[in-house]
Design a protein around this ligand. Structure first.
Ligand SMILES: NC(=O)c1ccc[n+]([C@@H]2O[C@H](COP(=O)([O-])OP(=O)(O)OC[C@H]3O[C@@H](n4cnc5c(N)ncnc54)[C@H](OP(=O)(O)O)[C@@H]3O)[C@@H](O)[C@H]2O)c1
Length: 291
């Protein structure tokens, strides 16, 4: 890995950020710093310099950025407007940013033209970064395998997962692979102005995902198709699922059903020299979450 430097990881308690922190601790010679709103609850490993801060609070962010050379930026908001202040602050302190963007961003379209709301907000953050003086890399993952933790309550309670759009096909990514790409971009040269479109190595329907979870757990689990309205009501009643995300999720699935087939990329392997994990690998790593 590259020379000693200080790397600030935002979203450090999230699916990807937590992996970025642990992979940096394992291989990066410099200082690893993590931003969280609640250090006491963060459960971050020894060896990381945990800083309290909120991406919506520029003063706290400035303090966490002091002396940082590179930043892993994840954007937790649907509104991209506050990102202007955040990108400015990063630009004033650090030289490089690696942004956890989204595969929903379509190349060649301005942010306003992006068809998907997630693509629109991430494209706006990308544009702010590209117009800054920072060296940058955009990591644009397809769907996270971790989203299927949404099935966990139903799987713990029985052998059926109910949902809508079971035929939707996804190229699910292990968060460790997304992080591995980000860590390369944070610690090596050669990733400037790259927008890495990442996918997992296979395309699976939701019904197939559920079957694989059952195979790993050692009991048959099946998908039961609901109408969109039934799924909407189910998700709204689920305390673990954010209400604001119910319609965007169902809209996203509806779009995916009619979209052209997902094009798999080999970018994880090209950047990290290791093939992307399969969904079965991911389930095996997370089996305890479904038991
Ligand atoms: N899920 C997908 O399929 C998918 C696909 C492509 C792209 N993405 C993008 O990936 C990102 C989500 O990544 P993830 O799944 O790793 O995150 P996550 O598990 O949802 O975790 C959210 C993180 O955001 C932090 N956070 C929330 N509000 C914050 C605030 N006001 N200030 C500072 N930090 C804040 C939380 O930190 P604390 O609570 O510790 O402060 C936590 O670390 C989103 O931008 C999403 O659009 C997701």
């Amino acid at each position: 890995m590259a020379a000693k430097s200080t790397i600030l990881v935002t979203g450090a308690t999230g699916n990807v950020g937590r992996q970025v922190v642990s992979q940096l601790l394992a291989g990066h010679a410099g200082e690893v710093r993590a931003l969280t709103r609640n250090p006491a609850a963060a459960g971050l490993p020894d060896g990381v310099d945990v800083r309290q801060g909120d991406l919506a609070d520029p003063a706290a962010l400035e303090a966490a950025l002091g002396g940082a050379d590179s930043v892993f930026l994840m954007w937790p908001f649907h509104d991209a407007d506050p990102a202007a202040t955040v990108v400015d602050a990063i630009d004033r302190h650090a030289g490089r940013v690696v942004f956890l963007s989204s595969g929903a961003v379509q190349d060649g379209l301005a942010p306003e033209q992006q068809p998907h709301p997630v693509g629109r907000s991430h494209a706006r953050v990308e544009r702010l970064i590209a117009r800054s003086g920072l060296r940058w890399t955009f990591v644009r993952p397809s769907t996270f395998a971790a989203n299927t933790l949404w099935f966990a309550d139903q799987i713990r309670a029985g052998n059926v997962v109910q949902g809508a759009y079971g035929a939707v096909r996804m190229a699910l990514l292990h968060e460790a692979d997304i992080a591995a790409v980000a860590v390369r971009a944070l610690t090596e040269d050669g990733h400037d102005e790259a927008a890495y479109g990442l996918t997992g190595p296979e395309v699976l329907t939701q019904a197939q995902q559920v079957r694989i979870i059952g195979e790993v757990l050692g009991r048959p689990i099946r998908w039961q198709e609901l109408s969109r309205e039934e799924a909407r009501q189910r998700l709204l009643a689920d305390d673990n699922f954010p209400d604001f995300f119910v319609e965007p999720l169902l809209d996203g699935y509806a779009d995916m059903l009619s979209a052209p087939p997902t094009r798999l990329t080999s970018t994880v392997e090209a950047v990290t020299a290791a093939p992307a994990c399969t969904y079965r690998d991911w389930v095996a790593d997370h089996a305890a979450d479904f038991r």
